[in-house]
Ligand binder design. Structure first.
Ligand code: AMP
Length: 293
């Protein structure tokens, strides 16, 4: 497995591997601090492609000014080990200067890929203006750089998966987008690189997110098909545990539009903030999760 930093070297290596292996290129885009959720994507990619590229890049254009770009965990050595054991061919770990040009660093602006307003300005996009423009921009760049045939995304970030599929359709990328199931800890907490910010006490509170989703699904299975009732139940449960809930919504899985009477397979999504008392100051960690009803 090779660890590559520059776009030029990556292009060269993929060309070489293509002549040797003659098959499809699969891409797993990540921001690193890899866990078993990421690993499941890499393993699926390994099974379905001859050439496997994992990108590790904390992308500045998808972070807002007051978000955790600077403190986001960067653990390249451990990540590379995980990728190697999973059989990746290449880890692409560029620096921001390998990805964005001088103009960007001077003017804080670059050419962006911006999905339609109504698609990005809800759920996570509402509290993170510009986030999905940054995501679509970096993913487009990675598609162009790797010329991959397939790309793997987790359903943990379901709105992101939906938006990437829309972008691929709207911009005619000849790439298959594969959505992969959410990987959870044994107690139900969705795996996330941001879980590393949680103290034991905060982690206990964070558990109420997946528990609330499971409660709502149980209710739905018992015949409660009013979205508002499911939302109220989940909200009450989380607020009772001291969470600051940003949104709880139920959407149709094909359109990502709100639904009052969810059909089987509709998606319930939650974003919530858990406060973390580090002893020195109190921070809040934003976590997301979802479940198919
Ligand atoms: P990130 O490094 O957070 O940008 O995530 C990279 C990819 O891994 C995204 O497609 C995520 O949706 C996916 N991912 C993150 N956590 C999980 C999880 N717990 N289960 C499945 N996929 C995940």
């Amino acid at each position: 497995m090779k660890i590559i930093n520059s776009v030029e070297d990556l292009r060269k290596e993929i060309r070489t591997l293509k002549t040797q292996k003659q098959g499809t290129v699969g891409l797993v885009p990540t921001m690193g601090a890899l866990h078993n959720g990421h690993l499941s994507l890499i393993e699926k990619c390994r099974k379905e492609n001859e050439i496997v590229v994992v990108s590790i890049f904390v992308n500045p254009t998808q972070f807002g000014p007051n978000e955790d770009y600077d403190k986001y965990p960067r653990t390249l050595e451990a990540d590379a080990k995980i990728c190697k054991e999973a059989g990746a061919d290449i880890v692409f770990a560029p620096s921001p200067r390998d990805i964005y040009d001088e103009y960007y660093f001077k003017n804080k602006e670059t050419t962006l890929v911006c999905p339609p307003y109504d698609v990005v300005n809800k759920l996570c996009g509402k509290s993170r203006p510009g986030h999905f423009d940054g995501v679509c921009t970096i993913v487009s760049k990675l598609f162009n750089i790797t010329k991959c045939d397939k790309a793997y995304f987790g359903k943990k970030d379901y709105q992101q998966l939906f938006i990437i599929k829309k972008m691929v359709c709207d911009l005619n990328f000849d790439i298959e987008i594969i959505g992969c199931p959410i990987v959870r800890e044994t107690d139900g907490l969705a795996m996330s690189s941001r879980n590393t910010y949680l103290t034991p006490d905060a982690r206990k509170k964070a558990l109420s997110i997946s528990a609330a989703l499971h409660r709502a699904k149980e209710l739905y299975k018992k015949g409660v098909n009013e979205a508002q009732t499911l939302i109220d139940t989940a909200l009450a449960y989380m607020e009772n545990q001291g969470l600051n809930v940003e949104y709880t919504e139920v959407v149709d899985i094909d359109t990502f539009e709100k639904t009052d009477k969810p059909k089987t397979g509709a998606l319930m999504l939650i974003a919530a903030r858990v406060s973390v008392d580090t002893g020195e100051d109190i921070d809040s960690v934003r976590l997301i999760d979802n479940i198919e009803l």
